[in-house]
Design a protein around this ligand. Structure first.
Ligand SMILES: [Zn+2]
Length: 115
């Protein structure tokens, strides 16, 4: 991986983190507790609660992805274990890294490991 590719990846990771952080913030606004308000009917209240459940799991997923991306950024900056498959030690193609910067395995091992 050359310096230009590294810069590209850093930019990519930072913008992903930014997007995810914004998404989490927006989702968090939607999962405020539902008040047993007479203004909205029982059904729409259930509906809201159901959506909130979905949003809560998206929040958890996005938060985990942010952590993974921050970890990837860290590894990239320190030049440790970045772009190398942790399973077989082969280089991970730059295209895969750009698509999924937090990947720690090459395509082959990822499939093998069910990642
Ligand atoms: Zn591998």
């Amino acid at each position: 991986m050359n310096d230009k590719q590294k810069e590209e990846l850093k930019t990519k990771i930072n913008s992903e983190i930014e997007n995810l952080t914004r998404q989490v913030k927006e989702l968090e606004d939607t999962v405020a507790p539902v008040k047993p308000d007479a203004a909205i009917g029982r059904l729409s209240r259930l509906d809201t609660m159901l959506n909130q459940g979905i949003n809560k799991s998206s929040i958890a997923q996005s938060r985990q992805r942010i952590l993974n991306l921050e970890d990837a950024l860290n590894r990239l900056e320190k030049d440790v274990f970045f772009g190398e498959c942790e399973e077989c030690g082969e280089g991970i193609p730059i295209a895969r890294l750009l698509a999924l910067p937090e990947s720690r395995f090459c395509v082959h091992c990822a499939e093998h490991l069910g990642e």
